[in-house]
Design a protein around this ligand. Structure first.
Ligand code: 4AZ
Length: 416
């Protein structure tokens, strides 16, 4: 009988077998780990938009205006309910932010557009979408004390990041990156990309000269005194973004309109509007600030922020990056005291800063924005950097053009 020759009994040494087994197991482990990480553990951001109907609110066209008192009050109430609902839910770890983006008043109620941002693993996406819908549905069902809604009207769809950012960038006074770390000029600090997207630089022959604020895709608001010396249209350009030179984008201007009664001696009516030659496309880094209603009142002590590429000290160096400085609105009576400006601050002006000095706007910040975040964290232009006795001096805070005083003037020139 044929007997095959049995292979040598000699085998690999034990240590080598162990090494091979561990090697194979190691590679397998890393592969499975990576697969699990990318398919299941890796959190991605998902965006949703939706709408629902609120009943029994009589028609009021003010709900159509994105910054009216009515819109702010109702939107804030709904936003608070949404935050509470998501934070008390089983998906609170996945919740990032939610907001009301538009109200549509009708004869029998209001349709509310909402915008939501969540993080989740791709594997749990469908489950997440279902849970969000059910949390919102319950919120609407159990909320008759605040507003009478129709839970069955709720619609919710996932949208792309591009679509989500477009919706936010078309609204005034918002930030696309809803960063909660916008931590909190002279005494200021460098701004992050997209933090102050309405800030523009008005340049003379390519050199930064003044600040300005974007209020639509073609109009900017600035100070009249920026045009005192240079009136030749073709010398001016406008740029956006945090880096002043070289700019992220450059626009020509078609026209500027200086306030008819601007007085260079008293700085009365220190306001102008600038029309761009081409509309700017809104992006995360370039979009408009909200304008307050003429009747809006910003109280002394309110926290506001001034931004600009102005000098870091009086007659000092200029920064390359946009600077932000947190300041407070100061009572006009205090600002007009004998030690301070002794009556030079008119009621169409507003003081902001600190009586002890240090943090302030400075040369080159002129025309730029002083902004206030309302209770919904939507930013409003309350002041335009106008004048002051040097920068950061004790008892000499910055003086700003009071935007609410010029609300009808801005509308008369721009239609906004
Ligand atoms: C200026 O010369 C200027 N401290 C702007 C603002 C202030 C002072 C001077 C406020 O453009």
């Amino acid at each position: 009988m044929y007997r095959p020759v049995i292979a040598s009994q000699r085998s690999l040494p034990l240590w080598m077998i162990a090494l091979i087994v561990f090697g194979v197991l190691g590679v397998l482990g890393v592969t499975i780990g990576l697969l699990v990480h990318f398919l299941a553990v890796e959190n991605k951001t998902y965006y949703y938009q939706g709408n629902f109907k609120i009943k029994d609110i009589p028609y009021n066209s003010n709900y159509e205006k994105e910054t009216s008192e009515e819109t702010t009050a109702l939107s804030k109430m709904i936003e608070t309910r949404m935050i509470d609902a998501f934070q008390a839910s089983s998906i609170h770890n996945h919740y990032i932010s939610s907001q009301v983006t538009k109200l549509y008043p009708q004869s029998d109620g209001i349709t509310v557009d909402i915008w939501l941002m969540f993080k989740s693993t791709p594997g749990k996406k469908a489950d997440m979408r279902r849970k969000i819908g059910s949390i919102l549905h319950n919120m609407l069902k159990n909320n008759s004390a605040s507003f009478n809604s129709d839970p069955s009207s709720l619609k919710l769809t996932e949208i792309s990041k591009v679509q989500a950012e477009k919706t936010i960038n078309n609204c005034c006074g918002r930030r696309a990156k809803m960063s909660s770390v916008y931590d909190r000029i002279k005494g200021g600090s460098a701004a992050q990309d997209g933090e102050w997207p309405w800030q523009a630089s008005l340049k003379i022959k390519g050199r930064h000269y003044c600040g300005a604020s974007l209020i639509s895709n073609i109009w900017l608001v600035t100070a009249a005194h920026c045009f005192k010396q240079y009136k030749n249209l073709s010398d001016w350009t406008v740029s956006f973004g945090t880096v002043v030179n070289p700019p992220y984008m450059k626009n020509k201007i078609q026209d500027f309109i200086i306030h008819e009664n601007y007085n260079p001696y008293s700085q009365h009516d220190d306001i102008a509007v600038v029309r761009l030659a081409e509309p700017v496309p809104f992006t995360n880094n370039v979009h408009r600030v909200c304008l307050p209603e003429a009747t809006q009142n910003f109280l002394p002590g309110s926290d506001v922020v001034v931004t600009g590429w102005g000098a870091l000290s009086y007659d000092g160096l200029y920064p390359k990056l946009l600077q932000k400085a947190p300041v407070k609105i100061i009572d006009t009576e205090i600002c007009n005291s004998r030690d301070s400006y002794g009556g030079l601050v008119l009621d169409t002006m507003l003081c902001a800063g600190y009586m002890e000095g240090y943090i302030d706007a400075c040369q080159g910040d002129s025309g730029g924005p002083l902004v206030y975040p309302n209770s919904r964290n939507i930013w409003f232009l309350v002041g335009i950097v106008s004048w002051g006795d040097e920068c950061g001096k004790k008892n000499k805070p910055g003086v700003y053009t009071r935007v609410t005083s010029y609300r009808p003037w801005i509308t008369s020139k721009t239609g906004i």
